[in-house]
Write a protein that binds this ligand. Structure first.
Ligand code: HAM
Length: 414
């Protein structure tokens, strides 16, 4: 019996992969305008890294990590996200030594043991950006604008930017207490998970999908009303700078995020087109993370997008490259000429296809059609004798007689 892949781990097949390449290429192009450089970090890290950064009381650390003990008895985890690894590398290689301001981006697979469904997988891919060393809210607004710019470049205007502030170690505990006091009266309405998390992570009740939690949290105190003066000012200035850049947003005071390292600005880009997996990209500020991981007190802010989700939003668009030319050849001599021309044109940078099986004219033409070639050319005995052949655009069918040389054909293919 054939062996199948593992549930939640997907192959990205030709035909789909061109969409991924477009997403990656667009990201690299847009991010470079904002001064980002790529960083590549390993897939496997010490488990402790994620426990300390994402937080022991989060769903990711509690139930979703692919962790194991390796042959050297080390506890290791396949990264469930990129921020922790990038900050670990930032500290380990003292990237702050020359300049605390670093703008880094990364792309690659992440692993979470979640229930697979449309837009949610166990191996999924993120493209993420992290900025260190800037407290000023201009960077918050600039990063969000870059994210919207990226989606705009892909022709996607639908995802809506939602922002919130989660405060800082000074004001969040005050809010937590206010929320706990509110939830204490409604504990019996909360789902098992939220009741269990009431002491360790009460904010999660605000974005819980269960009907009971939704009802129980109607009228819950707002985090925005509990911000200290510094956080309130930061949030107001972030909004002002977003306005200055013309970047539209909505405020969602119930957005809590599933990772513990966030402080102040948090955000999500949400869409109604992907069912319950509405966040296409998400992130926020993490001013305490670098020092929590043993580095200097350097602030940070970043986001990651789910590439599978972006690809789903682009599913009705075609990004496959069309071959420039299909050379149909009839007879041994013509096949050799087609083979030679094909090679010369490929070396000139054109995408050219030929037949390998000595098929009939009709069958070769069908293949040229199927491959959606821009041009086709038929070479037989007459064409070889003339030294020219008609080059036909497949869309309009207009032929132009052209010499059987890579230079002449290349000039017409453009
Ligand atoms: P996150 O919200 O856990 O944040 O994930 C970011 C994005 O990754 C989500 O919005 C979603 O598009 C995608 N994603 C997450 N889980 C899955 C899954 N199982 N299947 C498919 N896509 C998924 C982070 O990971 C943070 N590190 C973001 C960040 C960077 N914050 C600051 N810097």
């Amino acid at each position: 019996m054939a062996i199948s892949g593992i549930k939640g781990f997907n192959d990205i097949l030709p035909g789909e992969v061109e969409t991924w390449q477009t997403i990656e290429k667009t990201a690299r192009r847009v991010f470079s305008c904002y001064g980002f450089s790529e960083i590549r970090v390993p897939i496997l890290e010490k488990t402790e890294l994620f426990c300390r950064s994402i937080g022991d009381a989060t769903d990711i650390v509690e139930k979703e990590m692919y962790s194991f003990v390796d042959k050297g008895e080390n506890k290791v985890t396949m990264r469930p996200e990129g921020t922790a690894s990038v900050m670990r590398a930032f500290i380990e290689h003292k990237l702050y030594a020359a300049d605390p301001v670093n703008k880094l981006y990364y792309m690659g697979p992440m692993f979470r043991y979640e229930r697979p469904q449309k837009g949610r997988y166990r191996q999924f891919h993120q493209i993420g950006c992290e900025v260190t060393g800037v407290t000023d809210p201009r960077i918050d607004a600039q990063l969000l604008t870059m994210l919207c710019h990226f989606f705009g470049e892909l022709g996607l205007t639908e995802p809506q930017l939602q922002i919130n502030s989660l405060g800082c170690p000074e004001c969040r505990p005050v809010y937590r207490q206010a929320l706990q006091a509110f939830l204490r009266e409604r504990l019996d309405q909360l789902c098992d998970d939220c009741r269990r998390r009431y002491a360790t992570n009460p904010l999660r009740a605000l974005d819980c999908k269960s009907a009971g939690c939704k009802e129980a949290t109607v009228g819950a105190p707002s985090v925005l009303e509990h911000l200290c003066a510094g956080c309130d000012d930061h949030f107001a200035r972030t909004r002002g700078y977003l306005d200055a850049l013309g970047t539209g947003y909505g405020i969602n005071e119930r957005m809590v995020r599933g990772l513990d390292y966030y402080t102040r600005t948090t955000f999500e880009l949400v869409t109604g087109l992907l069912g319950s997996q509405s966040a296409v990209a998400a992130g926020g500020r993490y001013d305490g993370l670098v020092s929590d991981l043993g580095g200097p007190a350097i602030p940070g802010i970043g986001f990651a997008m789910g590439v599978e989700r972006v690809a789903l939003l682009l599913a009705d668009q075609k990004f496959s490259k069309r071959p420039d030319l299909f050379i149909v050849a009839l007879g041994d001599e013509a096949q050799l000429e087609a083979f030679r021309l094909c090679g010369a044109l490929q070396r000139k940078g054109f995408a050219v296809e030929i037949d390998y099986e000595g098929k009939s004219l009709k069958s070769q033409m069908r293949r040229a059609d199927k491959l959606n070639a821009r041009y086709s050319m038929v070479i037989g005995g007459d064409e070889l004798a003339r030294g020219t052949a008609p080059l036909k655009t497949m869309d309009t069918g207009n032929p132009a007689e052209v010499a059987l040389s890579a230079e002449a054909i290349g000039a017409l293919l453009g």
